[in-house]
Design a protein around this ligand. Structure first.
Ligand SMILES: NC(=O)c1ccc[n+]([C@@H]2O[C@H](COP(=O)([O-])OP(=O)(O)OC[C@H]3O[C@@H](n4cnc5c(N)ncnc54)[C@H](OP(=O)(O)O)[C@@H]3O)[C@@H](O)[C@H]2O)c1
Length: 267
């Protein structure tokens, strides 16, 4: 077994929101953390704060995960300097847009970050994870992965991809000491866009609302129990049950109408 000082958890999208809460949750458990996010978002300050507050080791790398070369830069940096036994693929973006009006950059950003970066980073860090007796991958999906939704189209599809990818890989890695968990958060008040959307959606938007701290604590606890699917919060658990029970035609229509009204009130 590795000593507790020598191994790290790597968290993508760690500068704020859920990623930052996951970094704090792990550091609070005396786990060293490597933080990744876009340049200029205060990662160096956060890194120092974590070291001071929790007495663990921490380092950071600023990288754009939508760029293939940056993913290789991350894996090169890790293999040259660190041992990673926990990989948390948290960085992800969403959006609401009429598909006809969506630009190529908007679509590519979601696909490249939510799908390509998650797959490539996992693939490239897997040989390192395999060198540990126990290793963990936590992929952040969403409650919205459980239904197709018009006007969001690409986001729930990308999160559904994460669900299938994680379940498949977890099965493939059985017996290897590496487990792959997929986390399905409901709404959390993180960035400005999400806050506005939660407010606009009223009661519906607040169903299953949790703080990032609650979600991070549940996610980490269940990741260590090697749970393949993690749905945090009682409200989300009920929503999950409903979404699984309802036929696609009904839930897609209800959720898409809700989002369409949200777009119309914005115009
Ligand atoms: N908030 C919700 O209600 C909600 C619900 C369900 C699921 N989720 C999922 O939870 C995860 C975290 O969401 P959040 O709301 O905490 O997001 P957030 O507050 O917007 O934070 C996103 C993080 O990802 C980083 N990031 C964005 N684009 C990146 C890129 N191209 N390369 C590297 N890093 C990048 C951001 O870095 P910078 O700070 O540098 O921009 C930031 O650290 C996402 O996967 C999201 O889909 C969120």
């Amino acid at each position: 077994m590795d000593g507790p000082e020598s191994v790290y958890a790597l968290i993508t999208g760690a500068s704020k929101g859920l990623g930052k809460a996951l970094a704090f949750e792990l550091a609070g458990r005396k786990i060293n953390v490597l933080l990744i996010s876009l340049p200029g978002e205060g990662l160096s300050y956060l890194c120092e704060q974590i070291k001071d507050e929790f007495g663990v080791k921490s380092d950071y790398l600023e990288a754009d995960l939508t760029k293939k070369e940056d993913i290789s830069r991350i894996t090169g940096w890790v293999s040259a300097n660190y041992k990673v036994d926990i990989l948390i693929n948290n960085a992800g973006v969403g959006g609401t847009m009429v598909f006809d009006k969506s630009g190529i950059d908007y679509l590519e950003n979601i696909i490249n970050l939510n799908i390509r970066a998650l797959v490539l980073l996992t693939r490239q860090l897997l040989p390192g994870l395999r060198t540990h007796h126990n290793a963990y991958v936590l992929n952040v999906s969403s409650m919205l992965s459980f239904s197709p939704i018009g006007y969001k189209t690409i986001y729930p599809a990308s999160k559904s991809f994460i669900y299938y990818f994680s379940r498949g890989l977890n099965e493939e890695l059985k017996g290897s000491g590496i487990s792959v968990s997929v986390l399905h958060p409901g709404p959390m008040r993180t960035n400005v866009d999400v806050r506005k959307r939660i407010r606009r959606q009223g009661f519906f938007g607040k169903m299953g609302l949790c703080s990032v701290e609650e979600v991070a604590a549940t996610a980490v606890r269940r990741m260590f129990k090697r749970k393949p699917v993690i749905v945090p919060g009682f409200g989300n658990y009920i929503n999950w049950f409903l979404l699984k029970a309802l036929p696609d035609s009904i839930k897609t229509s209800v959720l898409s109408n809700k989002v369409r009204r949200e777009i119309q009130t914005q115009q």
